[in-house]
Design a protein around this ligand. Structure first.
Ligand SMILES: Cc1cc2nc3c(=O)[nH]c(=O)nc-3n(C[C@H](O)[C@H](O)[C@H](O)COP(=O)(O)OP(=O)(O)OC[C@H]3O[C@@H](n4cnc5c(N)ncnc54)[C@H](O)[C@@H]3O)c2cc1C
Ligand SMILES: NC(=O)c1ccc[n+]([C@@H]2O[C@H](COP(=O)([O-])OP(=O)(O)OC[C@H]3O[C@@H](n4cnc5c(N)ncnc54)[C@H](O)[C@@H]3O)[C@@H](O)[C@H]2O)c1
Length: 462
């Protein structure tokens, strides 16, 4: 494996488990990758305290909430990143029989990876699991201002008094949420709307939530130039010098810091793809790289299908299984591929967004005869959980096959409601059967009964 993030770890484990094969993970930084140290884990650790406080604020009987104790929140975040020490993950790899090779790996020929002065030659396969790197827009003066990236925001050691978050995707929305909860004055500037790839209900609710939290949300704007006279490389997670002046649609904004969260691209620089005759990295449903002659695989962010840990690990499990089957003389096609598997995602903002499968717009693009149901997230189970319960559920149905192909929930705590919809979408259970899956009372899951009832009403009216 080149790259020891969650995907490289999982692919290695699945490729060798139950066999006498061996695996090596080549890792340039920390085993556990971006996810463990600068992405999923620290970001969620920073978001949970704010979410708990908002819940308490809407729960009669709980004392008035003081501001968050920033030091305690950052210390808890540090415990989730093990102080940026990967010793436990290295031990895990070694226990699985996986060797960890420190350094940057480069392909130099078929099955051959060079790491420093070491050359590793794989008997069966090489898996590219190098993740992704942030992209920075070509804004005048931005690079010279030494802006924060997502690593600074997740590994934050001091909370800037004020910060401009550039971008309208998941990183921007989540980072604006935790920065505001921790006391920063936040402005968010995006060139489009928020969370553009999700149902419009998600963007509307997240925008309202950010505004409620005091974030100045500026959408469909042009960030034209950035000026920072006193830019200093003070280190990751520290404010990088003096004030930043940003021109947005001709208007100047002065903040203590600026965070760039404008997307990521596959980490293929310096990987040596040209040495093995590959111009562009493309994978099939079994994670085999096109043009790789059967020995080269890619999974996770670098493979370019999606940029999510759980989806990358799903690819890794299939990739590892395929490697094992092929090494044992079998056919890769014996393993069911990932092609048709639905995407699941949770955006951990206030309110949360949880989505599976395709949106209404995607269903129409595919030429489906589609039914869309959108109802309020209002059942006894949600109302009991908090006084400001609310939100929406959108269900997308393929009318010809009578199956759910997409669902989006927007509301507090909806993350844990998603898997029921995921099971329905992934297994394509006919809705007539789903009617017999009775949700317990009074739980939030009753919302799925309401969706089916709304669909019946809609059908009767049509
Ligand atoms: C702020 C933020 C929050 C996120 N939150 C979530 C979330 O809540 N849930 C979710 O599902 N996803 C989340 N993501 C996305 C998630 O982090 C990625 O999808 C996931 O990390 C991808 O895993 P990976 O193993 O493919 O890559 P990575 O985790 O990036 O790991 C790749 C590893 O490869 C190493 N590497 C790269 N090149 C080389 C080389 N040439 N030689 C040796 N090693 C190399 C890197 O050092 C790194 O350790 C978040 C992303 C960000 C930025
Ligand atoms: N909870 C989660 O699962 C989670 C959390 C964080 C990140 N992620 C993953 O990480 C990936 C990267 O996230 P991201 O938010 O960086 O990327 P993204 O592609 O989701 O969003 C990029 C945003 O930046 C905006 N943008 C681009 N150029 C701009 C400019 N010049 N000025 C203003 N806005 C500009 C785009 O319009 C878009 O809104 C996502 O694909 C997501 O899957 C997941």
């Amino acid at each position: 494996m080149i790259g020891g993030g969650p995907v490289g770890e999982n692919a290695a484990q699945y490729a060798i488990q139950g066999s006498d094969r061996t695996a090596a993970i080549v890792e340039a930084e920390l085993v556990g990758g971006e996810c463990s140290y600068w992405a999923c884990m620290p970001s969620k650790a920073l978001l949970v305290p704010g979410s708990v406080r908002t819940l308490a604020q809407h729960m009669p009987g709980l004392a008035e909430q003081p501001p968050l104790d920033v030091e305690a929140v950052l210390a808890r975040r540090d415990s989730f990143t093990s102080g940026w020490d990967d010793a436990s993950q290295v031990s895990w790899a070694e226990e699985q029989g996986i060797e960890v090779v420190r350094g940057r790996g480069t392909l130099t020929g078929p099955r051959t990876v060079v790491v420093g002065d070491r050359t590793l030659v794989a008997r069966h396969a090489v898996v590219l699991a190098t993740g992704s790197v942030p992209v920075s827009p070509p804004i005048d003066g931005l690079a010279e201002a030494l802006p924060w990236g997502s690593r600074d925001a997740t590994a934050m050691h001091e909370v800037p008094g004020s910060i401009l978050v550039v971008g309208g995707g998941v990183v921007a929305c989540e980072a604006a949420t935790w920065l505001a909860a921790l006391g920063a004055r936040v402005t968010l500037a995006a060139r489009g709307g928020l969370l553009a790839r999700l149902e419009p209900e998600a963007a509307e609710a997240v925008e309202a939530g950010l505004r409620d939290a005091g974030v100045d949300v500026r959408l469909h704007v042009d960030v034209q130039s950035v000026r920072r006279e006193d830019a200093r490389a003070t280190g990751e997670g520290h404010v990088h010098g003096g004030a930043v002046t940003t021109t947005i649609d001709g208007e100047e904004l002065r903040t203590d810091e600026i965070l760039v969260s404008t997307g990521r691209r596959p980490a293929t620089d310096g990987l040596g793809l040209d040495a093995v005759g590959i111009d562009e990295l493309e994978v099939d449903g079994r994670q085999r790289v096109a043009g790789g002659d059967g020995w080269l695989y890619a999974a996770g962010d670098v493979a370019g299908r999606w940029q999510l840990t759980h989806m990358g690990k799903h690819e890794a499990r299939i990739c590892g299984e395929v490697i094992g089957v092929v090494a044992g003389g079998g056919d890769a096609l014996d393993v069911v591929g990932v092609d048709e598997d639905p995407l699941t995602q949770v955006v951990f903002t206030e309110p949360e967004v949880a989505a599976v499968g395709i949106t209404h717009a995607e269903a129409l693009e595919r030429g489906m005869r589609v039914e869309r149901v959108a109802i309020d997230l209002a059942v006894a189970g949600t109302a009991l959980q908090r006084d400001d319960a609310g939100g929406r559920v959108v269900a997308i149905v393929d009318a010809d096959r009578d199956v759910l192909v997409g669902a989006t929930l927007v509301g507090h705590g909806v993350a844990e409601l998603l898997h029921a919809a995921t099971v329905a979408v992934a297994t394509q259970v006919p809705l007539s059967r789903l009617w017999h899956a009775v949700p317990a009372y009074p739980t939030a899951s009753e919302i799925w009964l309401r969706v089916l009832e709304a669909l019946r009403t809609q059908r009767r009216a049509a």
